[in-house]
Design a protein around this ligand. Structure first.
Ligand code: FAD
Length: 522
């Protein structure tokens, strides 16, 4: 084990960090793959695989594989293993920030093409629950659409559904439903995984449980998820979508924590929240709070910027059926809102279909594409911060470092540790039941508007420095590190378990090289 641990990536800067790789020519790629799908050496495919949503890192693969199914994925992994030095990166929808789905002169497997239509909805399992059996490369938005046609919904989502099943299950997958159902990694019952020797292995809590839990939140290190079985529930028809504004973080967190610890049926179905700048800045300020066009935040109702540079917006969702009377929905929602301490009158509501609610970020994507910022760099920082430190985080970071905004949403909402399965590879802050998701979702605007990418990256580093100096209990979500020591510190007490899982399921470190945790063995 120790000998293995010695072979990790070196401890320096990203590009220099990677050991010089052998320059593969096309001839060195095994040509007897016999795939049902395709192998593409073309420049445009390579350019696609050398890009991600973060837009800050780019390494070019040797080839892009478009597999037709799990057998193709297995053949590619076996071929890479035999090659001696090739690596294989599964690429979901390329929505990583720091090149996690890339492979430097290796093989990128475009998972979106693997059996995209092979969706199976099991209307009743033996335990009376519906399940969706879906390919690892399916987009969650497609899974949702298929489920809805059968009257089913998922339990746990991400805010944006243009992400793949395998991509989010390799991280965690969190949104406003996670306080009740846990992350997406807590909402999957079976996987099919292609491990580092090319075997296709079915796994679940009962069958090959070590692989099942390793792969969930495993950053793609232990296998490529080619299929997942997801439990479903009856779909509601509509959502009462509510936003309420707070002046102070104390009241905001009290209410948010009260809601997420409330009993199902007596609380809400969705809880998120964000901070915004107390100004009319269109990207970071008051205009970001309205739900519907025409709604405006009445600034005469908020304190001045000097005393309150940022304000807090709690975002809630109440699911209901078309057959429910509006007066009943009003009564339930009104009853809950009546117990919250937001600023009187600073309340926004809209009734939307369940699908529109879940696909709400699609609308943001459309606008961002139209004005060019969807394809601009996104130096995002995502973290889980213990509730013990979140008020200090607010004082030192939200109200100070970030008081001018980040050029995009800043999410902050509570989650419950007991909804996360400790057997998965995900790591959380050490202490307490409640911890917060903090997400700085930065969009780099074209010069000279807003901060430059470099300034944004520096500000992220400053945030982390403050967390470290104050010994905050936090973990990066969608982590990205440059050195072995940083990865070890990230995993903390679970580092050896992570290494042991690697040794067991991908001992030659063929898989997911873009995470830069392990280096390929020869
Ligand atoms: P990729 O970025 O392509 O891959 C991510 C990693 O997983 C890579 O290491 C890759 O090699 C590996 N991988 C990909 N597919 C597989 C597979 N089938 N099997 C094994 N490994 C695989 N996250 C949340 O939790 N909640 C959110 O609300 C949320 N919203 C987002 C909104 C936007 C606009 C963006 C850009 C990201 C968001 N994310 C969110 C982050 C998202 O979960 C990650 O980017 C994640 O990596 C999924 O993206 P992807 O499917 O494109 O995977």
């Amino acid at each position: 084990m120790i000998a293995y641990a010695e072979r990790f990536v070196p401890e320096n800067e990203p590009h220099e960090a990677e050991p010089p790789q052998q320059d593969h020519g096309i001839d060195s790629v095994p040509l007897n793959l016999q795939l049902q799908g395709t192998v593409d050496f073309g420049a445009s495919s390579a350019a696609m695989a050398a890009r991600d949503f973060g837009g800050m890192r780019s390494v070019t693969p040797l080839a892009v594989i478009r597999p037709a199914g799990s057998d193709d994925v297995a053949r590619v992994v076996k071929a890479a293993l035999c090659s001696g030095d090739l690596t294989v990166a599964a690429r979901g929808n390329g929505h990583s920030i720091n090149g996690q789905a890339m492979s430097d002169r290796g093989l990128v497997v475009d998972m979106r093409t693997a059996e995209p239509d092979r969706f199976q909805i099991l209307t009743k399992g033996p335990d009376g629950i519906g399940y969706a059996v879906v390919p690892g490369g399916a987009l969650w938005e497609d899974v949702l659409r298929v489920c809805l046609t059968f009257g089913y919904a998922l339990r746990s989502y991400t805010d944006y559904l243009g992400l793949t099943v395998g991509g989010t299950l390799s991280n965690a997958g969190v949104s406003g439903q996670a306080f009740r159902y846990g992350p997406q990694t807590s909402n999957v019952t079976e996987l099919e995984v292609v491990i580092g020797n090319g075997d296709i292995v079915p796994c679940s809590e009962r069958e090959n449980p070590e692989l099942f839990f390793a792969a969930l939140g495993g950053l793609g290190q232990f296998g490529i998820i080619t299929r997942a079985k997801i439990p479903l529930q009856p779909a509601p028809d509509l959502v009462r979508w509510v936003r309420v504004v707070y002046e102070d973080f104390g009241s905001y967190r009290r209410d948010a924590e009260w809601l997420v610890t409330g009993r199902e049926g007596e609380s809400v179905d969705y809880v998120e929240g964000f901070i915004f700048v107390n100004s009319n800045d269109p990207v970071n300020g008051w205009p970001t709070v309205a739900i519907k066009p025409g709604q405006l935040l009445d600034s005469s109702q908020v304190p001045d910027y000097a005393s309150h540079p940022v304000l807090y917006c709690l975002e809630l969702g109440f699911n209901y059926r078309r057959t429910d009377k509006t007066s009943t929905v009003d009564k339930v929602v009104g009853g809950l809102l009546g117990q919250l301490r937001y600023v009187d009158g600073l309340e926004f509501q809209a009734d939307v279909t369940y699908a529109d609610f879940l696909l709400r970020v699609k609308v943001v994507e459309k606008h961002a594409r139209a004005n060019g910022i969807w394809d601009a760099p996104h130096p995002w920082l995502n973290m889980f911060v213990s509730a013990d430190d979140i008020s200090e985080f607010d004082r030192l970071i939200f109200r100070d470092v970030l008081k001018g905004g980040v050029g995009g949403p800043v999410l902050v909402y509570p989650l419950l540790r007991s909804k996360w399965d400790r057997r998965t590879s995900v790591v959380l802050p050490e202490s307490g039941e409640v911890f917060y998701l903090v997400a700085l979702l930065r969009f780099a605007l074209p010069f000279p508007q807003g901060q430059s990418v470099t300034q944004m990256v520096e500000e992220n580093k400053k945030v982390l420095r403050i967390c470290d100096e104050n010994r905050f209990d936090y973990k990066l979500y969608l982590p990205h590190y440059k050195s072995r020591d940083e990865w070890k510190a990230h995993f903390g007490g679970q580092w050896m378990r992570f290494v042991e899982r690697k040794v067991r399921f991908d001992p030659m470190a063929v898989l997911a090289p873009g995470q830069r945790i392990f280096s390929r063995s020869f």
